[in-house]
Design a protein around this ligand. Structure first.
Ligand SMILES: Nc1ncnc2c1ncn2[C@@H]1O[C@H](COP(=O)(O)OP(=O)(O)O)[C@@H](O)[C@H]1O
Ligand SMILES: [Mg+2]
Length: 239
């Protein structure tokens, strides 16, 4: 799905989280929103998913104005830094939750939910953990399960907010590759938030550098390295 962000702005009271920002995300792209804390990354992501209402501006999905769309209608798969799995449910129940909780008319059969959960467990390369509880998993495994749960609803886009932020460096690299593979395999359009430039440069097709509620620069990782546009981007992208 192609995503068009058209002059989106957001104020929280006296705080301007986003000045009008515009951004075109091609269908199937893996995009990083990169910037320091407080630069408006989460706010922009939440506006895409319908969790936050913009003060002005529009978002278009495949050319269709999403202003009036509910969270459900947007069909975003969310992954957050904190795992947000239900501790009293098994892994399989967690992954199938979004399907099992649907109104009867749109709810797949139990067998169909089990089939999809099995497929997703294979996709995250943890085929044998369906009966376990989140408390019995490592942090990396939990975040893979969170990704599977986000995919279970057959989303039109994946929205990930610092998805690897709580993990140690080795696990983070493994999951990065896992996300890249799953993104490529599913053909989804994915947007992920990070303040880790190495992560953004290693993973994304397109990096959107943000600062103080503005987009400073948009480019492919190799272009950003070669031609940083502003002093801010130069400083921020220098290790
Ligand atoms: N719900 C909120 N209420 C008030 N201010 C907020 C809220 N959410 C975000 N902000 C403010 O908006 C700015 C951008 O925040 P955020 O989008 O979370 O940045 P980032 O994800 O880049 O760290 C910050 O100044 C933050 O304090
Ligand atoms: Mg944030």
């Amino acid at each position: 799905m192609q995503i068009e962000i058209d002059e989106i702005a957001k104020d929280f009271g006296a705080t301007t989280a986003l000045h009008p920002v515009s951004l075109s995300i091609p269908s199937g792209a893996l995009v990083a929103l990169l910037g320091p804390s407080g630069s408006g990354k989460t706010t922009l992501l939440r506006i895409l998913g319908g969790l936050e209402i913009p003060s002005s501006g529009r978002v278009l999905f495949d050319g269709e104005d999403a202003t009036g769309m509910t969270v459900q209608e947007r069909r975003a798969g969310f992954v957050f830094q904190s795992y947000a799995l239900f501790r009293h449910m098994t892994v399989a129940q967690n992954i199938g939750y979004g399907l099992a909780a649907r109104p009867r008319a749109r709810r797949p059969s139990k067998a169909e939910i089990a089939r999809r959960v099995g497929h997703l467990l294979a996709l995250i390369q943890l085929p044998d953990i369906g009966a376990r509880y989140p408390g019995q998993l490592s942090g990396g495994q939990r975040q893979r399960v969170a990704l599977a749960r986000a995919l279970a609803i057959e989303p039109r886009m994946l929205l990930l907010d610092e998805p690897f932020g709580a993990l140690d460096a080795k696990v983070r690299r493994e999951l990065r590759q896992g996300l890249r593979d799953i993104h490529d395999e599913t053909g989804l359009t994915s947007v992920f938030v990070t303040h880790d430039q190495e992560e953004a440069m290693a993973l994304a097709d397109l990096v959107v550098v943000m600062s103080m509620g503005r987009i400073e620069q948009i480019g492919r990782p190799q272009d950003l390295r070669a031609r940083p546009a502003s002093a801010f981007v130069r400083a921020f992208l220098t290790v």
